[in-house]
Design a protein. Structure first.
Length: 193
């Protein structure tokens, strides 16, 4: 594997999180240098979207590329926003989070069960790929809490009390859906050697 892998994202928060999660990996992760949209996420699943981004960036740069697609699936909303989490009602993360909260306003905490799902895909310019999935079960809180993380981290809780945004990066990286996906990806990578 090359010494550099390009993260198919513009999100610096996501880059920091992946760099921490991949601290033991045999490569250095850097952010996609462009400012335009990487590729339109037309996939019907997280895996399809992660593959689209990873293969596009790998072909474009000639380097291995890592991409993810993730979202929150709220049971009371029949699994929404799911694969459309980043663009549920807007491209703004807070507007999407607010919409989830509004739709759940009349639901008690016991009816706010949800899961965070992440799929990561590592692709090479020659078309090879390795992918993995991670899940984190929890609930949607009634109000945002904390200042860490990004996306729905301020309203998603594993214990029904503390939001992911209230955890330190190290604590979050022990349990997150993305951490679980990366751990499985690394297991597959090292197994294939």
């Amino acid at each position: 594997m090359s010494a550099e892998v390009i993260l198919a994202s513009h999100n610096r928060g996501k880059l920091r999180e992946f760099q921490q999660l991949l601290a033991e990996a045999p490569f250095r992760l850097t952010l996609w240098p462009g400012s335009d949209e990487i590729v339109e996420e037309t996939g019907a699943t997280y895996l399809e979207n992660a593959r689209l981004k990873a293969h596009f960036v790998a072909r474009k740069t000639g380097c291995a590329a890592l991409a993810d697609d993730s979202g929150i699936e709220v049971d009371a909303l029949q699994g929404l926003p799911g694969v459309h989490s980043a663009r549920f009602v807007s491209s703004d993360a807070w507007e999407n989070t607010r919409e989830i909260l509004l739709r759940l306003m009349s639901q008690p905490l016991s009816q706010r069960t949800a899961r965070m799902r992440a799929v990561v895909c590592l692709a090479w310019p020659d078309g090879r790929e390795v992918w993995a999935e991670g899940l984190l079960e929890g609930v949607v809180l009634g109000w945002p809490r904390g200042f860490g993380g990004f996306g729905v981290d301020p309203v998603f809780s594993v214990d029904g009390v503390h939001a992911l945004a209230e955890l330190s990066p190290e604590e979050k990286n022990q349990i997150s859906h993305r951490a679980r996906a990366v751990k499985e990806l690394l297991r597959k990578l090292f197994e294939s050697k």
